[in-house]
Design a binder for this molecule. Sequence first.
Ligand SMILES: [Zn+2]
Length: 333
Amino acid sequence: MIIVYPSHHVRHRPPSEIFNGEKEPHAEVPQRIEQIHEALRDTSGIRVTLPKRFPLSWIEAVHDPVYVRYVAEAGRQAGSTYTYPSVFPYIQHGDITNPIALRGQYAFDLYTPVNNTTYQAACGSAMAALTAASLVRRGERYAYALCRPPGHHAEKNRMGGYCYFNNAAIAANYLSTRGKVALLDIDVHHGNGSQHIFYERSDVFVINIHADPSEKFPYFSGTAGEIGVGEGSGYNMNYPLFLGVSDLEYDPVLQQAVQHIRRYAPQFLVVSVGYDAHIDDPIGGLRLSTAYYHRMAATIASLGIPTVLVQEGGYNTGKLASVAKNFVRGFMQ
Ligand SMILES: [Zn+2]
């Protein structure tokens, strides 16, 4: 398996996120990807490569170009200090230009600050996903992009949930020029961004398995009733799970999701890989074991579809190495 490692990510390190008015240590830290990279690079059968450059138009194909420019410009203006929104839009009257208003316009939470390292890191992360997608498009069976910052919460024109550009959606859209794509999201949080981006499309089938949004972030989406609209009706599926679900209860749901993907018969599969459904994750809420990640990967790999793995969440830096190793071994067995 080829691993794509975007080395620029280490410069992006927000010190804090704001929760309930308090500054708390930011959970999305560089050590996450460093530990996964370290654990995987010496594994037999794995080769590590750096991201290649792709035209910005691949990012702008899923994100509003005005939003993409905003991420770059807001970061430049912020310098090295991370900036946060203060006010969110309550009505829309014409163009917004005030920097404080723009921060609210293009974000939906206070977990996802911007400074002058953010744009480069977010682009590097997207390029890693595109590199993995291009390898698979050229005939590689599997490729794994160690994306950081993560992406699946980023909508067409809004950052949130530590995500700026939606790496998995960018990869899925890139592959969709060659055939149907399924996007399976196994991060513990609902991939609201991926759902938002493909909600009206039938050529990218989005399936999410996640903790019930009435209990967990992102709170406002991820119910079973969200099935897509128009052309996309029936091509979006959500499996919200009760908090505390373990391997035994999770597995039948994964089997069902895999059946749906098999019936859809995509040419490519993109997996939003979060390790935050693990029992020891500090923010997850489910109870999957390290060993189950091996089985989960083997189940997904049994589809036999050329697959791009895209890193999303997973916040227990003491466990990520072993969980990632298990997952990758399950995929390659
Ligand atoms: Zn997550």
